[in-house]
Design a protein around this ligand. Structure first.
Ligand code: N01
Length: 515
C-alpha cells in the first residue's frame, strides 16, 4: 500500500492531481524521478503490475537478457557498477530498476495493482479524467498532464492459428512465462524465431525431451560478444565513475556510427552479414539445416539478433527446425502443412508462443479520448500511428507518450530515447508553469510536416527496402515504430520545448485551443 492517492472516506471521489503517469517501467520511473527533481511532487504513477520494471518485470523466460550493452542500458543519472557482464540478464536489470526506484525516494508515488481503464480529455476544465480499477474497485483521477509510459512491447500478441484455443497441454506467451510448468523431459514447441525465441530455444533445448522450433522467417543472428566483468574491472567501474562514463560513451558511439549507416546503405552491413554467415557455419554442421536458417532479406530489415547459443541448439539431436507452415493446433499436437497438402502432426506437451507484441495497435489507445471525442486509436486508424516528435498528438492536449510512435530503435538503447522524451516533458511543464498555460497541443500542420519528413526518409531505409516484413511496419507498410535518424539527432530535436509548434491555452480563462 502506498500513500499516493489513497482514498479515504473524507476524500472526494475524484482525486485531483497535477500529473498522472501510466506505467512503472523505465519510462514511468524516469518520469517520476525527474518530476520529483523539478519539485513537481503532485503526481502519481499508476501501474497494473505489482512492481516496477515493466518489460523487465514481465519477461522472465529462461535466457531473458538484454541485447544492448549493459553500460548503455541504464539511466545516465544512475550508473550501475554492479553489472556482472557486458550484456545483462533480466534479473540484474530488474534488480537495478528496483534499486533505482527505492533510492530515488519516489516509490510512495507509485500505486501498484492499478489498471487504467480509460482517460478522457475534459476540454472545459483542461484536464484529463482518468478511470482506473484496483482490487475490483474503481477510482477516478483528474490530472492536468497525462504521461503514458505503457510500453511499446508490453501487450503479447497471440497468433491467429486454427484450433490454438483447443490445446489441452500448457500454452503460454514468452512474456507470460509459466514457471509452474517444468519443461524437463517434455515435448515442447516454440512458435517464432524472433529476439525472444532465440534466447528461449537454447535454454529449453537443455532440458526438453524434444523441441520443435517453428520458423516462419529465418532471422539474421550475429555472434554475441558477451563476457563477464572481472573482479578488478568491477572494482574499477565502482570506484572510477569517469571510467564507467568513458565505457558508456565508447559503446554508444560504436553503435551510433555503424548501425544507422547501414539503415540507409545496406551494403555497409557486409561485415555484419559475413559475421552472421560465419555464426551459422560455426553453429550448425548439417548443410541442409544451414540453408534453412539462412535469411533471404537484407540484414537490418528485421531486428538483428545476437546469440552464440541459438544455432548450436538447433543443431542438437533433440531439436527439429520446422519450416512448414502451421496449419492448426489440436488438443495434443501441432499440425503443419508443406503446401502440397501433405500434413505432419507432432505431439507436444507444451507450446511456447514467442510471436511478439501489439506494436502498432496498442490496446491502451482504444481508451484515450481526446478533445474531439474520438479515441487515439480512431485517429490513428485514419492517419496511421503518428505523433509530433514521437511524444505529443494533435487533438490530445497535455498528453505525453513515452516510447511513442517512431521512437523505437534497432541498434541502441531505448533508455537514451526515454531520457530525451522526459527532458522534453520537463521543458513543456516548465514552459507551462512560467506562462501559466493550462493546455498545450501540437498543431496539426506542424505534426503533419514532421511525420511527412520522417516517412520520406523512411522510404530509403533497409526496413522498407530490405525485402522483409516485420513488426516495424503497420498494415499499410509504413514504418511507424522506429526512429530513422541518430539518437543524438532525436535528443537535439527534443532538447527544448518549441512553443511555436503548439496551440496553447492560457490560464485562467479557458477557451478552445486554436492554432
Ligand atoms: O517478437 P518478434 P519477439 N505463425 O515479433 C513469428 C524486443 N526484444 O518477442 O518473422 C508462426 O520479433 C514471427 O515470424 P515472422 C525486440 O525489440 C528485445 O521475439 O513474422 N510464426 C517471428 O519469428 C524485439 O524485436 C530483447 O515471419 C509467427 C516471431 O514470431 C521485440 O522485443 C529480447 C506467427 C515474433 O518475433 C519483439 O521480439 C526479446 C504465426 N502466426 C525481445 N506470428 C532484448 O534482448 C508471429 N510469428 C532486449
Amino acid at each position: 500500500e502506498v500513500a499516493a492517492g489513497r482514498p479515504s472516506p473524507a476524500e472526494p471521489t475524484v482525486r485531483e492531481i497535477d500529473h498522472l503517469v501510466v506505467g512503472a517501467g523505465f519510462a514511468g520511473l524516469c518520469t517520476a524521478i525527474k518530476l520529483a527533481e523539478d519539485g513537481e511532487h503532485d503526481f502519481v504513477v499508476l501501474e497494473k503490475g505489482d512492481d516496477v520494471g515493466g518489460t523487465w518485470r514481465d519477461n522472465t523466460y529462461p535466457g531473458a537478457a538484454c541485447d544492448v550493452p549493459s553500460q548503455l542500458y541504464s539511466f545516465s543519472f544512475a550508473p550501475n557498477p554492479d553489472w556482472t557482464s557486458s550484456f545483462s540478464p533480466q534479473p540484474e536489470i530488474q534488480a537495478y530498476l528496483r534499486r533505482v526506484a527505492r533510492e530515488s525516494g519516489t516509490l510512495d508515488r507509485f500505486r501498484f495493482g492499478t489498471r487504467v481503464e480509460d482517460a478522457t480529455w475534459d476540454d472545459e476544465a483542461a484536464r484529463w479524467t482518468v478511470r482506473a480499477t484496483r482490487d475490483g474497485a474503481s477510482e477516478t483521477w483528474s490530472a492536468r498532464t497525462l504521461v503514458v509510459g505503457a510500453g511499446g512491447l508490453s501487450e503479447p500478441r497471440l497468433p491467429d492459428i486454427e484450433g490454438i484455443g483447443s490445446f489441452a497441454g500448457h500454452l503460454f506467451h514468452s512474456a507470460r512465462w509459466d514457471h509452474d510448468v517444468d519443461l524437463t523431459g517434455k515435448r515442447v514447441a516454440v512458435i517464432g524465431t524472433g529476439a525472444s525465441a532465440i534466447q528461449i530455444v537454447p535454454e529449453v533445448q537443455k532440458v526438453a525431451a524434444r523441441l520443435d522450433v517453428h520458423q516462419r522467417t529465418a532471422p539474421w543472428v550475429i555472434p554475441r560478444s558477451d563476457r563477464r566483468y572481472s573482479a578488478l574491472e568491477r572494482a574499477a567501474l565502482r570506484h572510477l565513475p569517469g571510467l564507467q562514463r568513458a565505457y558508456r560513451t565508447g559503446v554508444y558511439w560504436a553503435r551510433e556510427t555503424y548501425v544507422p549507416a547501414f539503415t540507409f546503405a545496406p551494403g555497409i552491413a557486409f561485415p555484419a552479414r559475413k559475421l552472421a554467415e560465419a555464426n551459422i557455419a560455426r553453429g550448425i554442421s548439417d548443410p541442409d539445416l544451414r540453408e534453412r536458417v539462412t535469411p533471404h532479406f537484407a540484414l537490418g530489415c528485421k531486428r538483428v539478433l545476437i546469440s552464440n547459443a541459438y544455432y548450436p541448439a538447433l543443431d542438437a539431436d533433440n531439436v527439429e527446425l520446422v519450416t512448414d507452415r502451421i496449419a492448426r493446433v489440436r488438443p495434443t499436437s501441432v499440425v503443419t502443412t508443406d503446401g502440397t497438402g501433405r500434413e505432419v502432426e507432432r505431439e507436444v506437451d507444451v507450446i511456447v508462443v514467442a510471436t511478439g507484441f501489439h506494436t502498432t495497435d496498442l490496446p491502451i489507445t482504444e481508451h484515450l479520448v481526446g478533445r474531439r471525442g474520438r479515441t487515439l486509436a480512431d485517429r490513428w486508424r485514419e492517419s496511421g500511428m503518428a505523433a509530433y516528435k514521437g511524444t505529443t498528438v494533435p487533438e490530445f492536449p497535455n498528453l505525453f507518450l513515452l516510447v511513442g510512435p517512431n521512437t523505437g530503435l534497432g541498434h541502441s538503447s531505448m533508455v537514451f530515447m526515454i531520457e530525451s522524451q522526459v527532458q522534453y516533458l520537463r521543458e513543456a511543464l516548465r514552459t507551462m508553469r512560467l506562462n501559466a498555460y493550462a493546455a498545450v497541443e501540437p498543431r496539426e500542420d506542424v505534426a503533419a510536416r514532421w511525420n511527412s519528413r520522417l516517412q520520406q526518409r523512411m522510404k530509403r531505409t533497409v526496413w522498407h527496402r530490405g525485402g522483409c516484413s516485420s513488426w516495424y511496419l503497420d498494415e499499410h507498410g509504413r514504418n511507424t515504430t522506429l526512429w530513422p535518424r541518430t539518437t543524438f539527432g532525436f535528443r537535439a530535436a527534443l532538447r527544448a520545448f518549441d512553443t511555436a509548434a503548439y496551440a496553447v491555452r492560457g490560464a485562467p480563462t479557458p477557451a478552445p485551443a486554436t492554432q
